[in-house]
Ligand binder design. Structure first.
Ligand code: ATP
Length: 254
């Protein structure tokens, strides 16, 4: 039984989340196997960001449970799992006026390992530099984050997550507003993470690239319409069902 749990990076059971008593996620059951690159797709307002926030314990669900890796309950032992879980928020949701350099922001990714008090070691600085190089931002290391373009900020937040060396990553629309070259760089990083056995959950809007970029997909619109290997569940019928209006789906659940 324990072994079976270990195979799942994240497991959701009967998860319902509401804002002001209005449900936006309804009775979600989901198992995300370890080592998958998973896209979460669905129309605007479908509950994708809410799903990620609920998984991370940033929102309290009305009911249900979230379990990571070895079966720890969300809210109970999530703190001890913190360093094993990385999060790249939607760039629009971040306060970019926060006074910090690019290098500072990337080093924040090491704090889980370092603790807040300790100064970064040489190895952390080297890792931060190397990761900035990877995302093509090394030359901006001492620039204030407020003085970067949207796509550059996105790359920096990706670098911050990468230095954390987590096991499960959540990324909320990492391709939003980035140019083709940055998109390619991010895709390469995602594939690299997968090769290292990491699990990556990505909110994604471009249906055209799902099959190229990901091996697992969850289609969501208030409820999970389908979740599984891309080649099995990402087909016309499921996409149609997902992009029907939320109202219709809600009526069909009650
Ligand atoms: N803090 C909040 N308070 C009240 N309602 C909210 C809040 N955040 C989101 N919602 C509502 O919950 C629903 C789901 O929002 P969510 O941001 O999870 O959707 P999404 O699928 O990520 O959408 P998008 O593709 O537009 O980013 C939407 O109807 C939204 O208006």
């Amino acid at each position: 039984m324990e072994r079976e749990r270990e195979d799942y990076a994240v497991e959701l059971q009967d998860l319902t989340v509401a804002y002001d008593a209005k449900p936006v996620l309804w009775d979600i059951d989901l198992k995300i196997p370890q080592g998958k690159l998973m896209a979460v797709v669905g129309p605007n307002g479908a509950g994708k960001t809410t799903l990620i926030k609920a998984m991370l314990g940033l929102l309290r669900p009305v009911s249900g449970a979230v379990r990571f890796l070895n079966g720890n309950d969300n809210g109970g032992d999530l703190r001890s799992l913190k360093n094993r879980i990385g999060y790249v928020p939607q760039s629009g949701s971040v306060d970019w006026d926060f006074p910090a350099t690019v290098q500072d922001v990337v080093l924040m990714g090491c704090y889980g390992k370092l603790g807040w008090i300790r100064r970064p070691r040489k190895a952390d600085l080297a890792l931060a530099r190397q990761t900035l190089q990877k995302v093509g931002m090394a030359e901006y290391a001492s620039r204030q984050i407020s003085q970067l373009s949207g796509g550059q900020q996105q790359r920096v937040f990706l670098a911050r997550a990468l230095v954390q060396e987590a096991e499960v990553y959540f990324m909320d629309e990492p391709f939003k507003g980035v140019d083709a070259q940055t998109e390619k760089a991010i895709v390469l990083l995602l594939k690299e993470l997968k090769e290292q056995g990491k699990t990556v959950v990505v909110v994604h809007h471009d249906l055209q690239t799902v099959a190229n970029y990901f091996d697992w997909v969850t289609l969501i619109n208030l409820r999970v319409v389908a979740s599984g290997p891309v080649e099995e569940v990402f087909h016309e019928e499921n996409v149609q069902k997902t992009y029907r209006s939320t109202g219709k789906l809600l009526r069909s659940t009650v």
